[in-house]
Write a protein that binds this ligand. Structure first.
Ligand code: UD1
Length: 422
């Protein structure tokens, strides 16, 4: 158990370079299982989901060497039974199904785990594999065996623009004969990253970032190595922008693509902060006196990201007036409401909608992180609360934040984690 201890009431000032992206690095790492070329990867974040993913890559047969910020991958990934514990630890483990299936034409995998934010089915992933010609058998213990010796490219339509399903189809289809077209594809920036690394590996993928992605199966075999740098994490950037909005202060986040944060910047600016941006940076200036924002609805990109919903709720808990947030992406992603209310927030939930009646003060309390982003939200609430807050966490925050305490301390916050080394 980790405990984050926060003394609230300090404003944040300074400049912070944002860590590598969790949601970009996980599919990019899965792409390393699609072929045998040597890959040098930079800026992969030091978070627990990446550590699990590196173990899965080793199991697949990749040799993984770390040297500072560089991770070098060599060796041929030929193992098809990856029904191991590491896959069950994280939602993105399912991406190895597509990567290994496309390369080896069969895979055995276990049902993926991840944060507890409601049911996280994989029906869309399996339906997409079937459209490509795969045969699937699910056993009672959650083991899924997939055979794809007759698979080939085709045109398929996703019932929902699922990020993971779009990535899985890309990872599989690059090694299939023929052309695959994904219609109603997810448009998140992480898809553009995955397309870029696949093309650097010699595959032919186009259209990522739009609703139709085209994959021409096969790889340019003259390419024997590639180097790739993971982009900055837009959700970590959004978390720190929201933190300064809540506490007051003046902070610049750098190393980011500011366009990817447009919906987050809009909400922060609608709450009364000054937001300025340039190439690769965003500055937030706040006097901490926020006002309500009505009608925030989480939705697929370029809509407001569900991964910023809990942090934004923490911010609006102290904003004057009544704010409304609707969560439409995940079914059970409002569990942080009870914890925020322990800190004095006044929030009512009706179905998928939270009605936030802003209060003047939050007070420090002992609260529990229920998932990755709720943990971040509670740390933010602690920064804006009077007195001491203790956020108890069973490893949720480490899934996505490399060093949230160090980052916030560098901006002046008083926050420590009790299991951290002195
Ligand atoms: C990814 C992100 C996650 C983010 C989410 C939405 C990673 C590692 N994770 O998760 O941080 O919150 O996108 O932006 O990139 N669904 C089904 N059946 C399926 C697949 C999905 O019903 O087979 C549903 C999910 O339950 C959810 C919705 O579709 O309600 C969105 O899921 P999806 O876009 O697939 O999210 P992930 O890829 O899991």
């Amino acid at each position: 158990m980790t405990e984050y201890v926060i003394e609230g009431g300090t404003q944040l000032y300074g400049k912070i370079r944002i860590q590598g992206s969790k949601n970009a690095s996980l599919p990019v790492l899965a792409a390393v299982a699609t072929n045998h070329i040597d890959v040098d990867m930079f800026n992969c974040p030091s978070i627990s989901d990446c550590a699990y993913t590196l173990k899965v890559l080793e199991l697949c047969g990749r040799h993984v060497q770390r040297n500072g910020d560089l991770i070098r991958f060599t060796g041929d990934p030929l193992e098809t039974d990856i029904s191991v514990g590491e896959i069950c630890q994280m939602r993105s483990g399912i991406l190895f199904a597509g990567a290994v299936l496309g390369k080896c034409k069969e895979v055995k995998i276990c049902s993926p785990g991840g944060c507890d934010i409601g049911p996280r089915p994989i029906d869309l992933h399996l339906k997409a594999f079937e459209s490509l010609g795969a045969k699937i058998v699910t056993e009672g213990d959650g083991i899924i065996s997939i055979w794809g010796h007759k698979m080939a490219g085709t045109s398929l339509w996703l019932d929902y623009p699922s990020v993971g399903t779009t990535e899985n189809v890309m990872l599989c289809a690059v090694n299939l004969k023929g052309i695959t077209e994904i219609h109603n594809a997810a448009r998140e920036p992480e898809l553009v990253e995955l397309q870029a690394v696949l093309n650097a590996m010699g595959y032919k993928v186009s259209g990522a970032g739009s609703t139709v992605i085209t994959i021409i199966g096969g790889r340019d075999e003259t390419i024997t190595s590639c180097t790739y740098t993971i982009c900055a994490d837009r959700i970590v950037a959004g978390t720190y922008m929201t933190a300064v909005a809540l506490t007051g202060g003046n902070v610049v986040v750098t190393g980011i693509n500011s366009e990817e944060l447009a919906s987050v910047s809009d909400v922060i600016s609608n709450a009364g902060c000054y937001v300025e941006q340039g190439l690769g940076w965003i500055r937030v200036i706040s006097d901490g006196d926020l006002h309500r924002v009505r009608n925030i609805t989480s939705s697929p990109y370029p809509g407001f990201p569900t991964d910023m919903q809990p942090q934004t709720m923490a911010m609006l808990a102290k904003a004057r007036g009544v704010s409304v947030i609707r969560e439409t992406v995940f079914e059970n992603r409002l569990r942080h409401v009870d914890e925020l209310c322990r800190m004095g927030a006044d929030i009512m939930v009706h179905g998928d909608t939270a009605i936030i009646n802003g209060v003047d003060r939050l007070h420090g309390s002992r609260v529990k992180a229920t998932d990755l982003r709720s943990g971040a939200a509670l740390i933010l609430a602690g920064l804006g609360a009077d007195g001491k807050t203790v956020v108890q966490d069973t490893g949720c925050v480490d899934r996505g934040y490399q060093d949230i305490c160090g980052d916030l301390r560098s901006l002046g916050a008083e926050v420590i984690r009790l299991d951290e080394k002195a």
